[in-house]
Design a protein around this ligand. Structure first.
Ligand code: AKG
Ligand code: FE2
Length: 167
């Protein structure tokens, strides 16, 4: 956002993200299962893995790409995987769930709905309306890990195929 230009990234996230190609059998099986679950082809998937060591966090964000907000090529949905139990904190908070107003503090995890990390849990949420408009209510963030380590991964499901992914 304009008011954030020139500020360090650590103001809004301190966790780490790695983008992973589906280059082994386990990852390819996950691709198939996500495709079966979402009814969207594998060619539309982009896999990222995240780690958070306490007290890391990822401030509230929308997974839609701002630069192409109104475009017909964007992230339609997110399938989010919790890979570890976390002793305390690390929840994913959706502060605008149920139609709540835009928050002022993007690190405030006290409003809306929170999903706590549990190994093996997944959630799915949509970032776009069928019209391709961004869904403002999809705002979410990874709250501070207070104790323990959070490993998570997500599949960003695009509304068009990624040209580098084979069927
Ligand atoms: O860690 C979380 O719970 C959410 C992370 C997130 O919003 C993202 O990776 O885009
Ligand atoms: Fe996100």
């Amino acid at each position: 956002m304009d008011q954030d230009v020139g500020k360090p990234d650590s103001n809004w996230r301190t966790s780490s993200t790695y983008f992973m190609p589906s280059d082994d059998a386990v990852l390819r099986r996950i691709d198939d299962r996500v495709s079966a679950l979402t009814l969207i082809k594998k060619t539309h998937q982009e896999l990222a893995h995240h780690d958070y060591f306490d007290p890391e966090m990822y401030a509230q964000n929308r997974d839609i790409q701002e630069m192409i907000k109104r475009g017909l090529f964007n992230r339609l949905a997110t399938v989010f995987f919790y890979l570890t139990d976390v002793e305390e904190g690390g929840e994913t908070n959706f502060p605008r769930a149920d139609g709540l107003p835009q928050p002022h503090d993007f690190g405030d995890c006290s409003r809306g709905i929170s999903v706590y990390p549990r190994r093996g849990r997944i959630i799915i949420f949509y970032s776009q309306h069928p019209s391709a408009e961004a869904d403002e209510y999809s705002l979410h963030g990874g709250c501070q890990v207070k104790r323990g380590v959070k490993w998570s991964a997500n599949k960003w499901i695009w509304n068009k195929p990624m040209d580098y992914i084979q069927e």
